[in-house]
Design a protein around this ligand. Structure first.
Ligand SMILES: Nc1ncnc2c1ncn2[C@@H]1O[C@H](COP(=O)(O)OP(=O)(O)O)[C@@H](O)[C@H]1O
Ligand SMILES: [Mg+2]
Length: 320
């Protein structure tokens, strides 16, 4: 992970957006300590002041579940078809609290099902007896039964239809109120972010290029990538497909300096030369972009650095 530096506060929902393949799920997994062996993370991941990367597998397991929860995209692949819902809850609770009495396991399970809007009469049903939307709520309930302080939800509504999606988003908002959970909501749907998130982080090629108050990011985006992302979303609804020109970069060998410069309409020479620094913009968002820095008077570039980047120069540089 590079250039990733953010905080999620209690009771807050932070949206993480960016094109498919930019590394959103990898970041979510890294936060949960779920990256495959061999994955390398530089820097530190802090949770309540503790460095997550220095934990032993056992400490990490304890933290996961009780402090950290994860909601995945495809509920069916995570639920055991041979186990009743009640058994799923019992297994999760017992793994972390072997001392719990049967009555207490049931009480806690039913409580979280109530918050999720799942009728208590369904407690002994099997996963296949639920609709897709219900199953996703079950997954959320399972992630929440240990009352984690921080939950990562990775595209929790992508497989669902629009009505069910709206329900799930409402449920996530309720849960935040009820449990004061900090939520990282990963999605490529900017509409969901506008509706459900307090703050938003925009990811490009494995880096957070802009982060701030959702309203500020949406009404006055500072990073050209954020701007293009918003524009392509709006035109998708109104005029059809209008994607950002160029292909998302290869994360193994990302473009040098600013990773967005080969596709950026505002690119200057410095953008192909030096990696931008994250700075606070007048809108209050934190953004890493030379053009935004210059526009807002945060840097003084010399004329050579500020010369617009010719597209030919870009392709030459790419071949070099
Ligand atoms: N920082 C990184 N460096 C190298 N490869 C990465 C990095 N982040 C993600 N990847 C790889 O890029 C691919 C897409 O990442 P993923 O996290 O699934 O993106 P998203 O969820 O945004 O679609 C995966 O194969 C992942 O292993
Ligand atoms: Mg993903």
């Amino acid at each position: 992970m590079d250039g990733v530096d953010f905080t999620v506060r209690r009771g807050e929902t932070l949206g993480l957006v960016g094109e498919s393949g930019c590394g959103k799920s990898s970041l979510g997994r890294a936060l949960m300590g779920l990256l495959p062996p061999g994955a390398q993370i530089d820097g530190d991941l802090r949770f309540k002041g503790q460095d997550l990367l220095s934990l032993s597998p056992r400490e990490r397991f304890a933290l996961r579940g009780e402090e950290l929860g994860m909601i995945f995209q495809e509920p069916l692949t995570r639920l055991n078809p041979l186990m009743r819902i009640s058994e799923h809850f019992a297994e999760t609770l017992r793994a972390h609290h072997p001392e719990l009495e049967k009555e207490e396991v049931e009480r806690r399970s039913r409580e979280v099902l109530r918050v999720m809007g799942i009728p208590p009469t369904r407690f002994r049903s099997y996963p296949h007896e639920f609709s897709g939307g219900m199953r996703q709520r079950l997954m959320i309930a399972l992630a929440l039964v240990l009352r984690p302080a921080f939950v990562v939800a990775d595209e929790p509504t992508t497989a669902l239809d629009v009505l069910v999606e709206a329900q799930i988003i409402r449920v996530l908002a309720d849960l935040r109120r009820e449990y004061d959970t900090a939520l990282l909501l990963i999605t490529h749907n900017l509409g969901i972010v506008a509706e459900a998130c307090d703050r938003v982080a925009v990811m490009y090629a494995g880096e957070i290029v802009e982060i701030g108050d959702a309203r500020a990011v949406f009404t006055d985006p500072q990073h050209p990538y954020t701007r293009e992302l918003l524009r392509s979303t709006i035109s998708l609804r109104t005029t059809g497909l209008d994607f950002i020109p160029g292909a998302p970069p290869d994360l193994v060998a990302p473009p040098p300096a600013c990773r967005f410069h080969p596709r950026c309409p505002d690119a200057m020479r410095i953008c192909a030369d030096q990696h931008p620094v994250q700075r606070e913009m007048p809108t209050g968002t934190r953004t890493q972009c030379w053009a935004a820095d210059q526009r807002n008077g945060l840097v003084e570039l010399d004329p050579a650095e500020a010369t617009p980047l010719e597209r030919e120069e870009v392709s030459l540089a790419d071949e070099a």
